[in-house]
Design a protein around this ligand. Structure first.
Ligand code: AMP
Length: 378
């Protein structure tokens, strides 16, 4: 029987960053209470939460405390140590379970799981030594991308190899970490699909987003993605099929490359709301955050249709210097600013985002050009 968690109950969130904050805002609007666990006091989510627990993610006592005060627990943070998760098995109500985390935490397990479900990833080889790397270059070919199996994000723990002599600059990474070598895909576009599945088995996808990265960090999300309708439908169907085959509950973000011959290769999956889905707050009838809350609480899912074309632009630490001018003088009256409330701005740290909307995608994209003409170094 589907377990329904009604408003008035407490939703616990492991991880108190911006994703936790936006989940908490959506849940609060629906009448839930929020508890959050994060090692850092007064992070973005704690401004919204009713209870805050500050322990490390590997602190079993802290995690149990969160489960004790919550009617349902979810996570916005992927790298909770696997052995801790096993210890928590059966304690409290975590409808997503921890299998999605153990899969997405490790690139080899993730790619094997995707391939086992019958979906394509970039060709890859497992690298545990310098010799593995030399052998893999022969089979995978160059250019290729070396990535650490765990812990990497926003391009951290990654090296692009263009020529054989580049191998030397990778030895440090390879000797200290388990890695994979991926073929460098000369993709036409990067897209992603957010899929949600409720404890009742209902599922939905959001419109496909087109993602532009700069220095491996998400820079812009454009929705609708400028791809054919049939390719968009194929990507959404792939997302639903993968979610069902993996038997996940909650949210799954699936990042894909569109190859030169319109094939879809899955690059990465994340079992949580995702930066490429932030556009849904203003862009869709239901946001990815509300949909996630509905899914884990066993409620009926919301309508994910696009209300109007949307562009989301990330505000990184180095972009903050423009924000005062943007807020005071903005000629973009359809722009919505989100600042996460992180205390320490750092280079490449995600501090917030701006969502631009317009009924007409052509006008919207012209406005985005105007924006980048004003803030040239953004
Ligand atoms: P990741 O951390 O795997 O999401 O990589 C961050 C970004 O680096 C991706 O969004 C791509 O823009 C780029 N990238 C990663 N892997 C590859 C690849 N195999 N081929 C081409 N570009 C890649």
């Amino acid at each position: 029987m589907n377990k329904v968690i009604l408003p008035g109950s407490t939703i616990g969130i492991i991880g108190g960053g911006q994703l936790g904050k936006m989940l908490a805002i959506a849940a609060k609007q629906m009448g839930y209470k929020i508890s959050v666990l994060d090692p850092i006091k007064n992070g973005p989510c704690s401004a919204i939460a009713d209870f805050e627990i500050n322990t490390e993610f590997y602190d079993i006592k802290g995690l149990r405390q969160l489960l004790d005060v919550s009617d349902v627990v979810t996570y916005e943070f992927e790298n909770i140590p696997g052995e801790i998760l096993k210890d928590l098995d059966g304690y409290g109500y975590i409808p997503q379970g921890f299998i999605p985390l153990s899969i997405s935490q490790n690139r080899v397990i993730e790619k094997n799981a995707i391939n086992d479900c019958g979906f394509k990833t970039t060709p890859f080889a497992v690298i545990n030594s310098k010799d593995d790397l030399k052998t893999a270059i022969k089979t995978i070919g160059l250019p290729a991308v070396l990535k650490t199996c765990t812990g990497g994000y926003d391009g951290k723990g990654q090296v692009v190899l263009k020529k054989n002599t580049d191998v030397d600059k990778c030895f440090n990474l390879v000797t200290k970490n388990d890695c994979i070598l991926e073929k460098f895909v000369s993709f036409k576009k990067e897209i992603s699909v957010i899929v949600t599945r409720s404890t009742d088995g209902e599922d939905s996808t959001f419109p496909v987003s087109e993602n532009i990265h700069k220095n491996n960090i998400l820079y812009q999300t454009i929705v609708p993605a400028r791809i054919t309708e049939s390719l968009a439908l194929k990507a959404q169907q792939l997302a639903i099929n993968l979610m069902r085959k993996l038997n996940f509950i909650g949210t799954l973000a699936i990042e894909m490359f569109i190859t030169e011959d319109d094939d879809l290769l899955i690059n990465e999956i994340a079992p949580r709301p995702h930066n490429t889905g932030h556009y849904t707050i203003e862009g869709c009838y239901t946001s990815q955050f509300e949909q996630h809350i509905r899914a884990i609480c066993g409620l009926k899912l919301g309508n994910t249709s696009l209300r109007q074309p949307t562009v989301m632009i990330n505000i990184l630490g180095q972009n903050l210097k423009y924000i005062e001018d943007f807020i005071k003088n903005s000629q973009f009256s359809n722009a919505k600013i989100h600042l996460y409330g992180k205390r320490e701005p750092k280079l490449n740290r995600k501090m917030g985002h701006i969502t631009f909307i317009d009924r007409n995608q052509k006008i919207l994209l012209e406005n985005i050009n105007k924006f980048f003409n004003i803030y040239k170094e953004w």
